[in-house]
Design a protein around this ligand. Structure first.
Ligand code: ZN
Length: 185
């Protein structure tokens, strides 16, 4: 079980850093998927990013945060950081997180949530079509993947954190995403 203080910090970074950025990017025609990079020791945010498909279809929320992170003149090593992603990463982003050297990945919405709640099946389709698999292995050579929603649900003091989580999820559902043509759709 993960300690509630850590989960609370992860939720706060989503609420206070990823969401405000994403809410303005969605207005520009980008999707709701963002991410952040946190220090493992202090759980403070180093960088946040958000989908920037308008500029480049490869600039998913994870790639945007990684691009911003690697532009920092001084930065911690990826092995000492946590990668926090709003969606279970697509094959490109899952690999990018591995190439960058992260050891710990946290995800808010799983592929099924994204397909059902955001009408966005592309990542799952790409895993199945390109590789014949459903997604990343939870525990692989490069990093461990954790579900933030599942971890919060498993806590005894779930009420307080569930309140923060539900507030976050409501803000995601409230965003209106403009149409965009994805390959394979
Ligand atoms: Zn991606």
């Amino acid at each position: 079980m993960h300690n509630s203080e850590k989960l609370q910090k992860l939720l706060e970074v989503i609420r206070d850093e990823i969401l405000p950025l994403t809410e303005s990017e969605v207005q520009r025609g980008n999707h709701v998927f963002g991410s952040a990079i946190l220090r493992s020791d202090t759980l403070t945010s180093v960088m946040a990013g958000s989908d920037n498909r308008v500029e480049n279809p490869l600039f998913h929320g994870e790639i945007d945060a990684l691009n911003r992170f690697f532009k920092l003149p001084v930065r911690p090593q990826a092995k000492d950081l946590i990668f926090l992603s709003i969606e279970d990463p697509c094959p490109m982003c899952a690999s990018a997180i591995a190439w960058a050297g992260f050891k710990e990945l946290w995800v808010l919405f799983g592929h099924k949530d994204v397909e059902a709640d955001f009408s966005m099946p592309s990542a799952g389709v790409m895993y199945r079509e390109l590789f014949g698999v459903d997604g990343i292995r939870l525990d692989n050579l490069f990093y461990k993947k954790h579900s933030l929603r599942k971890a919060v649900a498993a806590l005894p003091e779930e009420d307080e954190l569930n309140g923060i989580l539900n507030g976050i999820i409501e803000r995601y559902y409230a965003m209106e995403v403009k149409p965009f043509e994805y390959p394979g759709a």
